[in-house]
Design a protein around this ligand. Structure first.
Ligand code: KIV
Ligand code: ZN
Length: 385
């Protein structure tokens, strides 16, 4: 089994979903849960984009200890300086530098020749390297780039110090065969390619983000970038929970695994859905409300006799509990703390007391307190510093 590294970009590409705007405390909350989930790398944001994003990335970098914390930067010195200032306190910092390499982006967006783009990429990767050991280089719109040109720029940025090469399908246009072939081409034509991690980054415009990411992995990628719940720019990014669970459920077929703690998936999905306001569709694979619900009589009959007749993923695998503990005015502190843990919070005892009091007051006004009610109370208490 080969372990595929998971690079989560929920806090950067995910936050680029139209309508999503997370504040610093919300971002920190998500970062802590991503660390609990076991992501190898989390992209905390794009520090040059705003002071708010800079502050959030810095807070995350100063808090997270086990995952690498990456910050995005365009290929210019100001962006790289901002990125480094935000993440230099991290235990494992990574600067992520990108520039577009497709003919249409170079000509119409950057207004640069291919030679100029190579020069900028090489100079900026070595500039970033003078600050930080771990440098990821992304060739934006790689899947619409010319392969010989892509191979040339990749080889040169590796010589300049890149440790990870990411080849995004920025516009979700590629097919599994083409995307896989691009990775194979790099493996066969770039002399120093084995010095780095190769990474996929797939958008879902044609609904192929998962299968394209898998094609990349089958052809040599050792890192997959994506988001929880598949949120992200336009139609979103590959849903990392789908990737990790596919490898687990079909380990008879795919020789790959991830470091994710699978039973943290549901909680992570819930927290991100609540904080971003992006509702998870009921029929969404792995984390949707209906993913483990059986409606037809024939299916219910089969599941009662043997769950595996219609259930390929057990709810417990991804942290869905069959236990539906309802909290009301007769519930005690113990049940309250239990629920609090299920919702992903770990408050100190003083804060538990404050939250428990607020919960009790609510039960005088409301017969049944929902997870959403509790979430609001717990978030308020937790962030009241
Ligand atoms: O989709 C993309 O190309 C990106 C890059 C900035 C990595 O998000
Ligand atoms: Zn992207």
């Amino acid at each position: 089994m080969t372990t595929i590294k998971i690079f989560d970009t929920t806090l950067r590409d995910g936050e680029q979903s139209p309508g999503v705007n997370l504040n610093q405390l919300e971002k920190l909350e998500i970062a802590k849960q991503l660390e609990r989930l076991g992501v190898d790398v989390m992209e905390a944001g794009f520090p040059a984009s705003s002071q708010g994003d800079f502050d959030a990335v810095k807070k995350i970098a100063d808090t997270v200890t086990t995952s690498t914390v990456a910050a995005l930067a365009r290929a210019n010195k100001q962006d790289i300086d901002r990125a480094w200032d935000a993440i230099k306190g991290a235990k494992k910092p990574r600067i992520h530098v990108f520039i577009a390499t497709s003919p249409i982006h170079m000509k119409d967006k950057l207004k640069k020749t291919p030679e100029e783009v190579i020069d900028i990429a090489v100079n900026m990767v070595s500039y970033a390297k003078s600050k930080c050991d771990d440098i990821e280089f992304s060739a934006e719109d790689a899947s619409r780039s010319e392969l010989p040109f892509l191979a040339t720029i990749v080889e040169k940025v590796i010589d300049a110090g890149a440790t990870v090469i990411n080849l995004p399908d920025t516009v979700g246009y590629t097919t599994p065969k083409e995307y896989g072939a691009m990775f194979k081409y790099m493996k066969n034509h770039v002399k120093n390619i084995d010095q780095v991690d190769l990474s996929t980054h797939c958008h879902d415009d044609l609904g192929m983000a998962l299968i394209n990411s898998i094609a990349g992995v089958e052809n040599g990628a050792t890192q997959v970038e994506g988001t929880i719940n598949g949120i992200g720019e336009r139609a979103g990014n590959v849903a990392l929970e789908e990737m990790a669970v596919t490898f687990e459920i079909r380990k008879d077929f795919y020789p790959f695994k991830t470091n994710l703690t699978l039973n943290e998936i549901k909680r992570t999905s819930d927290i991100i859905s609540k904080l971003t306001g992006m509702v998870v569709p009921g029929n969404k694979a792995v984390v949707g409300r209906n993913a483990f619900a059986h409606e037809s009589g024939i299916h219910q009959d089969g599941v009662l006799k043997n769950a595996q007749t219609y259930e390929i993923i057990t709810p417990e695998l991804v942290g869905v509990t069959s236990n539906s503990l309802v909290l009301g005015k007769h519930s005690g502190r113990h049940a309250f703390k239990d629920k609090m843990k299920q919702l992903g919070f770990s408050l100190d005892e003083d804060k538990v007391s404050v939250a428990f009091d607020q919960f009790k007051q609510l039960t005088d006004r409301k017969k049944e307190v929902t997870d959403d009610d509790l979430f609001v109370i717990l978030m308020d208490v937790q962030t009241d510093i």
